[in-house]
Design a protein around this ligand. Structure first.
Ligand code: NAG
Ligand code: NAG
Length: 297
């Protein structure tokens, strides 16, 4: 298997267009500068957790949207759009699609993606990433779990969470948040997050946190919306699926709470991103009209 046998598969030339995407990194210390440039064979030993793989888990069966990864968005399969965005990230040595489905695998190979076949028994994207990681021939220090249903994910966000994890040796997990719109305050499908003064996650909830004494949304408060993208220390990923479920995780039905309840630290970066997740068939039309408005092809 030749999947990701090359160590320099990430695309070059994207740095020039790096827009001002971090609204403010919640912690001052994210070493953005340090992480740029030094991606050489020589520089390897200098950077903590330097080897990074991006994995796009994709399954065909879905209770809410059968065949979702292959749905066309303005004429291109959604999984291809996600993959193209991921390939633009400068911190990834390699990007692979992990799937249990022959049709998805065939489609992805068709547009040039590396594919790892995973078993049908994977219960969620995290488990699929873990299985794929162990099937790759190379070793990686960080795995970025890139959800295939966010076809407009900015490569800068991928790079941001990778750099955050490289700069925070005490964290095993990193993820991103953006500003919560007030109309989403009480929507349980929009997950909220609170962080400490150094940008480590304190808690995630489907309810509004923090909760203003008045019972209403405080329009002055910078509430945070959690984005699905996450990256893990690869040693942590190997034990994550096996960690016992925890009470808060089960009550909120949020996997990431298990990490915090077991006492692990999670680094959070704040980014400027309009979430356009595709969860149900109706979302396709919404994202297409958004893309047409912005002239995104
Ligand atoms: C709650 O929100 C209001 C504005 O809606 C704000 O004035 C107030 O300081 C907030 N906190 C408390 C404890 O009321
Ligand atoms: C994946 O789902 C299973 C079953 O719902 C759960 O036990 C497991 O904790 C999940 N994986 C992770 C990494 O949380």
């Amino acid at each position: 298997m030749s999947v990701c046998s090359s160590s320099s598969s990430s695309s070059s030339g994207y740095l020039g267009s790096a827009k001002a995407w971090i609204v403010h990194s919640i912690v001052a210390g994210i070493a953005i500068g340090a992480a740029f440039g030094a991606r050489s064979y020589l520089g390897r030993s200098k950077r903590f957790r330097s080897r990074v793989v991006g994995i796009i888990p994709a399954r065909f069966a879905s209770s809410r949207f059968e065949g979702k990864p292959l749905v066309e968005i303005l004429g291109k399969p959604m999984i291809q759009r996600t993959w193209e965005r991921a390939k633009m990230a400068t911190t990834l040595d390699c990007v692979v699609v992990a799937t249990d489905d022959a049709k998805i695998a065939q489609c992805c190979k068709g547009f040039g993606a590396d594919v790892v076949m995973t078993s049908e028994s994977c219960r969620n994207g995290t488990e699929r990433c873990n299985e794929a990681l162990h099937k790759l021939e190379k070793k990686y220090d960080i795995v970025v779990n890139i959800q295939g249903d966010e076809p407009l994910i900015e490569p800068e966000i991928i790079d941001g969470i990778v750099k955050a994890l490289q700069a925070a040796p005490d964290a095993v997990f990193s993820t991103a948040v953006t500003s919560l719109k007030s109309e989403d305050a009480f929507d349980p499908n929009r997950v909220k997050c609170v962080v400490d003064s150094r940008g480590y996650a304190i808690y995630f909830s489907r309810g509004l946190i923090p909760f203003n004494k008045s019972g209403k949304v405080n329009l002055q408060f910078p509430y945070l919306l959690h984005l699905g993208i996450q990256s893990y220390d690869s040693k942590f990923l190997s034990i994550y699926p096996e960690l016992e479920p925890t009470p808060l995780q089960l009550e909120e039905d949020l996997e990431q709470l298990k990490v915090l309840e077991h006492g692990y630290k999670m680094k959070v970066i704040k980014v400027d991103h309009e979430a356009h997740g595709v969860d149900v068939p109706e979302d396709v039309e919404k994202i297409e009209s958004f893309m047409k408005e912005r002239n995104l092809a």
